[in-house]
Design a protein around this ligand. Structure first.
Ligand code: SF4
Length: 265
């Protein structure tokens, strides 16, 4: 069985506890305007043109995005860092894209890694079928679960997909008493007003169990060049990144309602 990986990040410290290896799988059914990894959305291997300038000489090189990996080859890559993972209380994280798009590949690796005792995390948008969520729950120690908006219409407007299945899957995971870190990307003009904070609070309070923690992720405009290279319209063009300290009122409000909150990943 093979999958398409678009990046492997070693020594990652923002994708779960300890030092981790994060595998980014290609393919995503969402279309978030603030996406940091627009090159990940297409589930096939793609190509982009990169411009290089040395002195006065400009060259254009075609760069492939995505590499095919057999399950065994990827597991060999992951296990290179096994000592570091164990010593730091870290592990393996799958991200994307939406890693559950390559479901069979993801599940097979999670199953094999569980047998070795390595801590596993899946960073997901939650926009997948209930069956898929149920099937990976036994092999996933931690879910990094995105919550992008609290309002169904605004969720559709800004991501292209409805919120309700995402909330339903989140509840399924919480009811199984799994470790869940909810990640809210706080995006200027989209979900960062006082009204938005109250809206998030309302849906968080309705969840059947409290998540272990909530991460408020400040918006970064680091993907501007990627949008240019991919020739995709960047709806967030010229919108500056969010200063972490602007998220303190959001954090305080959630903490007052009993949630454990961290600014950043
Ligand atoms: S879910 Fe993540 S990878 Fe997919 S479009 Fe949104 S930000 Fe990008």
């Amino acid at each position: 069985m093979e999958g398409i990986v678009f990046d492997i990040k070693r020594f990652a410290v923002h994708d779960g506890p300890g030092i981790r290896t994060t595998i980014f799988l290609k393919g995503c059914p969402l279309n978030c305007s603030w996406c940091h990894n627009p090159e990940s959305k297409d589930c096939r291997i793609t190509e982009v043109s990169k411009h290089y300038k040395v002195g006065d000489v400009e060259t254009i090189k075609s760069v492939r995005i995505g590499i095919k990996y057999q399950v065994k080859k990827l597991i060999d890559e992951i296990t290179k860092d096994i000592m570091l993972m164990e010593e730091s209380g870290g592990g393996l994280t799958f991200s994307g894209g939406e890693p559950l798009m390559q479901f069979d590949f993801l599940k097979e690796i999670l199953m094999q890694m569980k047998e070795t005792g390595i801590h596993t995390a899946v960073d997901t948008s939650g926009y997948v079928s209930e069956n898929r969520i149920n099937e990976i729950i036994p092999y996933t120690d931690l879910f990094l679960y995105d919550l992008k908006h609290y309002d169904n219409d605004k969720h559709i407007e800004n991501t292209g997909v409805p919120l309700l299945p995402i909330l339903k899957n989140l509840d399924i995971i919480l009811k199984m008493n799994k470790h869940v870190w909810i990640r809210i990307p706080v995006i200027p003009g989209i979900n960062d007003s006082d009204e938005d904070i109250s809206g998030f609070l309302k849906i968080l309070e309705k969840l059947s169990e409290k998540p272990e923690q909530i991460n408020l992720l400040p918006y970064h405009n680091i993907a501007e060049n990627k949008f240019k290279r991919l020739k995709i319209n960047n709806k967030m063009k010229n919108i500056p990144g969010t200063d972490k300290k602007n998220l303190i009122p959001f954090k305080t409000k959630l903490e007052q309602s009993g949630f454990k909150v961290k600014i950043g990943g």
